[in-house]
Design a protein around this ligand. Sequence first.
Ligand SMILES: [Zn+2]
Length: 86
Amino acid sequence: MSIKNAMKLVAVMNRDWWQEAGKQLGYPKCCIDSFCDLAHVDEPSRKLNGTGYIPCLVCNEKTEEELIAVITANRDPNIMPFPLGD
Ligand SMILES: [Zn+2]
């Protein structure tokens, strides 16, 4: 099994967990779905690289400021503000 297929298997197994975690973190559903489909694996350079958030191709066209505003608005207030460490 290739690494990509192995990662795909793990992601599918944990899909519900990722959906819930991503929602609490304020990530858009389109991006969570895209992440669970591992659409980013062969193409790692997306906006907000290193924050833990990986935008889908559509959201990757938005500015980082727009993305941060959306995530901040939807984020569980008990979680540290996005992006971490900024
Ligand atoms: Zn998206």
